[in-house]
Design a protein around this ligand. Structure first.
Ligand code: SME
Length: 161
């Protein structure tokens, strides 16, 4: 199946998942499974959530699919993950070996995308995806991952008004 068609299909499936799940936790669990299973180059898919009230702030590993990572708690001044959460912007790294911020999760990882999740205008977490392929996260993929992060933000807003 062509990449554009696969992305379209997965977008529609995550939309359905967002409608059928009752909580953000359930949505995140289903979403990491769906993305990991269906997008062949998404070799590690996980959410990090900001720990409520932690000072200094720290990202804590939530739902994920793929190999266990040593990075279960990441301060905002570390890693690609910290960069995305502290800036509030998507970070795409086409070659992780060339990015000094990169914290290694698997030796096989070649590229990574991290998209912040916003609820009520604030960063509350992020969706992190690693690929064994260089430059896997083209603009079409970025749009899909950003859409997924937005669905989770909306679900969080609906459950924590
Ligand atoms: N590579 C991330 C750390 C998380 S693991 O990839 C799962 C980073 O540089 O922040």
């Amino acid at each position: 199946m062509a990449v554009a068609a696969r992305i379209e299909e997965v977008r529609s499936d995550v939309t359905e998942l967002a409608q059928s799940t009752r909580s953000a936790a359930e949505l995140m669990q289903g979403m990491v499974k769906l993305l990991h299973e269906r997008m062949l180059k998404y070799n590690w898919v996980g959410f990090y959530l900001l720990e409520p009230g932690a000072e200094p702030p720290v990202l804590v590993l939530g739902a994920f699919e793929g190999a266990m990572t040593p990075h279960t708690r990441i301060p905002l001044n570390q890693g690609i993950c910290g960069a995305a959460a502290s800036s509030g912007h998507t970070v795409v790294v086409d070659d992780v070996s060339k990015d000094p911020r990169y914290l290694a999760c698997s030796l096989e990882t070649r590229s990574e995308i991290v998209v912040p999740v916003f609820a009520h205008g604030k960063v509350v977490g992020e969706l992190d995806i690693d690929s064994h392929f260089p430059a896997a996260f083209t603009p079409e993929h970025q749009a899909l991952v950003q859409y997924c992060a937005r669905l989770v933000g909306e679900k969080l807003e609906a459950s924590r008004p």
